[in-house]
Design a protein. Structure first.
Ligand SMILES: Cc1cc2nc3c(=O)[nH]c(=O)nc-3n(C[C@H](O)[C@H](O)[C@H](O)COP(=O)(O)O)c2cc1C
Ligand code: SF4
Ligand code: SF4
Length: 267
């Protein structure tokens, strides 16, 4: 029975750290894999009951202002667990994990999933640029080694009798209200080298909130969540991250960079 299990990765990952980590975990599980579902694309978030064909789901999302990104909550609330197993992964930029992992655990439990394992991992902070560096180049070799080891531990659980993890922390207040808007006071995205743009439309197609105008390629400030995907995907360095946070806030962030945080597993 165990060898017939099918897994599926579902993730939101504008700058790919979450994608790298959950793909490594999924490889280490060594079950049959169904096609991945990338919720970074707004069209994928509209479907109801995604992941319905898998026996084990591996779900990953980054931490935005200590919470899970608000735009994926309606998609989660449209998923149907039917007592199936799920592995949950929250990825943060070496600052604060906040309530993101407990939010995921309670949300998926409410949808009828059984949480077989959960973990927090660290990925390069989205705002990392010339003037701001936090968890640069993570997940690195050691993080991915730990991701493989986590995947193997999950596999071992399925080789005996899997059980649910203990709930972590108090039930958090899960609000669908956009908390990521707070990042608007921290950075801006500008087009510094417009002359280099060849209209490949890479930034337009990767934007998780459809904030980039198809004709002008201008960013709608209200829609933009400052995920920085449009900066990092551009091969021609057209866009740039400008740090607009106060010097005190920047100092607080730089203090986070003094201590390397490590992944945590709940099995
Ligand atoms: C709007 C926004 C808010 C963020 N808030 C936090 C936070 O509260 N704590 C933290 O450690 N990292 C925070 N980050 C950094 C991301 O969690 C981190 O860079 C993560 O690796 C991004 O995942 P991705 O590469 O899969 O998109 C934030 C990033 C953005 C864009
Ligand atoms: S990804 Fe860069 S080159 Fe391509 S359309 Fe966007 S700004 Fe222009
Ligand atoms: S426009 Fe804003 S939301 Fe869209 S990819 Fe760029 S930073 Fe992310």
């Amino acid at each position: 029975m165990m060898s017939n299990l099918k897994t599926q990765t579902i993730f939101f990952s504008p700058t790919n750290s979450t994608l790298k980590i959950i793909t490594t975990i999924s490889d280490a599980l060594k079950f049959e894999k169904l096609h991945e579902i990338n919720l970074t694309f707004p069209s994928k978030r509209k479907f109801k009951n995604i992941g319905a064909e898998a026996d084990i789901l591996i779900f990953g999302a980054p931490v935005y202002v200590g919470k899970i990104p608000s735009m994926i909550i309606p998609t989660i609330k449209n998923m149907i667990g039917k007592n199936r197993w799920i592995v949950l992964v929250a990825v943060y930029g070496n600052a604060r994990l906040g309530h993101a992992l407990s939010e995921m655990i309670y949300l998926f439990r409410d949808q009828g999933f059984r949480i077989v394992a959960a973990a927090s991992f660290i990925g390069e902070h989205s705002f990392t640029s010339d003037d701001f560096k936090l968890a640069e180049n993570r997940p690195d070799f050691d993080d991915l080694r730990l991701a493989r080891s986590f995947g193997q531990k999950v596999r071992e659980k399925f080789e005996s009798t899997p059980n649910e993890i203990e709930l972590i922390g108090q039930k958090p207040d899960i609000s669908e209200l956009n908390s990521e808007h707070k990042a608007r006071n921290l950075i801006d995205i500008i087009r510094t080298h417009d002359e280099n743009c060849n209209r490949c439309m890479g930034c337009w197609s990767i934007c998780p909130t459809e904030a980039i105008d198809m004709i002008t390629l201008e960013i709608n400030e209200e829609e933009c969540i400052r995920c920085c995907a449009c900066v990092k995907c551009c091969n021609f360095d057209v866009r740039e991250i400008i740090i607009t946070m106060t010097p005190e806030t920047k100092e607080m962030f730089m203090e986070f960079s003094n201590i390397r945080k490590e992944p945590e597993f709940f099995l």
